[in-house]
Design a protein around this ligand. Structure first.
Ligand code: IPD
Ligand code: CA
Ligand code: CA
Length: 254
């Protein structure tokens, strides 16, 4: 049954990609959410409605946590729970028309079971979980080398870097280099494929859920900076990284 759900959600990710590309050819509204740095568009809202409606058909018993308010009120992870980010990197979507993603995850009784990250402009669906490995489209990915901080590029969220807390400057200095792409989904893809050794950011459930499922499946680590396993339901300062980068960063972090 889970395999059947997986196949249908994969198809849904291709359908929502196509819809998004068609929608980008027309005009759409852009609104501010909490500040001028936090945008939402009609495409975010339409994608979420489309995804949630189809997910309810695919798995009627599941509950849905989603960013723009069309999901359910969910305060535990009992049973099947989908976690949906209809456009991740909305700022990039609006300003650059690239470097954004669409993300869905399925958690079963709290276990990150399947993750889906659609890199819309590169035509790549990263998906997998449940013991079957992680794939980009049909190609299976190998677990990245377990490099440490000196041998890795890292991504740190811009707010955290500007704020300078948690000894972040020292962590950045000790890395081989620092990168920022502005989409948790794209940044998570970079960790899963080994282009980046670690990603440190404040993440909400929909920013984290899919990447955490894929990272788990790859044998990578997703932890809070207190070194504990993250709770996907709460907003956290989260580190997704190789085991060695995790150890190196946790030793430096305040
Ligand atoms: C945001 C992006 C960004 C991250 C923010 C997220 P959104 O997601 O992933 O990279 O730094 O914390 O909120 O709002 O564009 O879906
Ligand atoms: Ca979003
Ligand atoms: Ca997001």
């Amino acid at each position: 049954m889970l395999e059947e759900i997986d196949a249908q959600v994969q198809q849904l990710m291709w359908d929502v990609r196509e819809r998004t590309l068609q929608r980008m050819k027309k005009s759409y509204d852009v609104d501010l959410k909490t500040s001028y740095k936090d945008l939402v568009t009609t495409v975010d809202k339409e994608n979420e409605q489309f995804l949630n409606q189809r997910l309810r058909q695919i798995d009627p018993s599941a509950r849905i946590i989603s960013e723009e308010g069309y999901g359910d009120r969910v305060d535990n992870l009992d049973g099947h729970v989908f976690i949906v980010d209809p456009i991740d990197g909305t700022m990039n979507f609006v300003m650059q028309h690239r470097n954004f993603a669409i993300m869905v995850a399925l958690y079963v009784d709290g276990r990150p079971t399947y993750g889906y990250i659609m890199d819309v402009m590169n035509n790549e669906l990263y998906h997998g979980g449940n013991g079957h490995g992680v794939y980009v489209n049909d190609q299976r990915l190998n677990t990245p080398a377990n490099n440490g901080l000196h041998d890795s590029l890292i991504v740190v969220n811009a707010g955290l870097t500007l704020d300078g807390g948690h000894n972040i400057r020292e962590i950045e200095k000790q890395a081989r280099g620092l990168r920022m792409y502005g989409s948790a989904g794209i940044e998570m893809i970079y960790v899963i494929t080994g282009r980046i050794g670690g990603y440190l950011s404040y993440l909400k459930p929909w920013d984290l859920a899919a990447g955490m499922a894929l990272a788990d499946e790859m044998g990578l680590v997703a932890k809070g900076i207190d070194g504990r396993r993250v709770n996907v339901l709460s907003s956290n300062l989260v580190l997704v990284a190789t085991k060695q980068v995790t150890d190196d960063i946790l030793e430096l972090v305040d």
